[in-house]
Design a protein around this ligand. Structure first.
Ligand SMILES: [Zn+2]
Length: 254
C-alpha cells in the first residue's frame, strides 16, 4: 500500500467516511496471497475505526518514503467529484467536506501550503456566493473546473470583497471537539456538519455587535470580515453557533 493511499483513507476515516476503505480492505483480503503486513494489521482492527486510523498513521510515519501531498489531494478531489456528479452530495456538503479534509491535514502536518488551498478555501467561496458577494455562475464554473481537472482556486478573486475590509476577526475553535466528534441537531437529531462561514459587516451594525458578543472579539472601527464556524443541519437547514452545540465544561457534579 502506498503511503498516499494510507493518508487518503486516514483522512476519510477521520471524517467518518468508511465505505471506500472497507471496500478496499475486503478486496485486498481476497486478492493478496500472502497478505501484506499492513493489510493484516488493518484486518485485525475489524470495525474499530480509531484503531485503524492509528495503524494507518503509524504506517505513514514508519515509511522511509516522502509523502506526496499532491497525490493525496488528487485522490480526495476524485472522491468529491464522484460524490458531486452522482448527486450524493450538494455544493454545500462538498465544500464543507473539503474544509474538513484540510483541517484534518492541518492537524497532522501543520498547514500544507498552496496544494491544500482549494480544499481549504472553497467553502469561503461558497459563503460569498450564498451571501450574494459573488455570482453563483462563477462559483459553479470554478467548482466544476476544480473537480474535473484540479484547476486550483484563484485566491485573488473572489476573495476581494466589494467593500474595503479594515480588520479580519477569526473565531478559534477546538478542532478536536468541532471536527472529529459527532454533533447532532437539537431539533431533528441529524448529524451536524461543521461549516466555515465568512461574512462582512460594518463594525457599527447590529450584526457585527451580535457577532462580537458571540465570538468574544474586541471592538474595531470600519468594515470587519468575520470568519467563524457554524454547525449546519442537512435536514432542517438550520445553522447553529459552536457554543450553542458544544456546551462549556460544567463545574457542578451530579
Ligand atoms: Zn435539524
Amino acid at each position: 500500500m502506498k503511503i498516499e493511499k494510507a493518508y487518503y483513507f486516514l483522512i476519510l476515516l477521520t471524517v467518518g467516511i468508511k465505505d471506500d476503505y472497507e471496500k478496499w480492505l475486503t478486496e485486498r483480503l481476497e486478492k493478496e496471497n500472502p497478505l501484506s503486513d499492513i493489510v493484516l494489521e488493518l484486518a485485525f482492527c475489524t470495525s474499530d475505526i480509531s484503531k485503524a486510523i492509528s495503524v494507518l498513521h503509524n504506517y505513514i510515519i514508519d515509511s522511509t518514503e516522502a509523502l506526496d501531498q499532491t497525490v493525496v489531494c488528487d485522490m480526495l478531489r476524485l472522491f468529491l467529484k464522484e460524490k458531486y456528479q452522482s448527486g450524493k452530495m450538494n455544493k454545500k456538503e462538498i465544500t464543507s467536506l473539503m474544509y474538513r479534509f484540510a483541517c484534518i491535514h492541518e492537524n497532522y502536518e501543520s498547514f500544507g501550503g498552496s496544494i491544500w488551498n482549494s480544499l481549504y478555501f472553497f467553502d469561503d467561496y461558497y459563503s460569498l456566493a450564498e451571501s450574494g458577494n459573488v455570482f453563483w455562475e462563477s462559483f459553479d464554473n470554478d467548482l466544476l473546473s476544480y473537480l474535473n481537472d484540479g484547476t486550483p482556486i484563484d485566491l485573488r478573486f473572489p476573495f476581494v470583497p466589494k467593500v474595503k475590509v479594515h480588520k479580519t476577526k477569526r473565531q478559534l475553535v477546538n478542532p478536536f471537539s468541532v471536527h472529529f466528534k459527532k454533533h447532532y441537531c437539537p431539533k431533528c437529531s441529524v448529524e451536524l456538519i461543521p461549516i466555515k462561514t465568512t461574512k462582512f459587516f460594518a463594525s457599527s451594525s447590529m450584526e457585527a455587535k451580535a457577532l462580537d458578543t458571540r465570538l468574544n472579539k474586541k471592538y474595531y472601527e470600519g468594515n470587519i470580515r468575520y470568519i467563524y464556524t457554524v454547525f449546519w443541519c442537512k435536514s432542517c437547514k438550520k445553522e447553529y453557533f459552536v457554543d450553542e452545540i458544544i456546551s462549556k465544561p460544567k463545574n457542578n457534579s451530579q
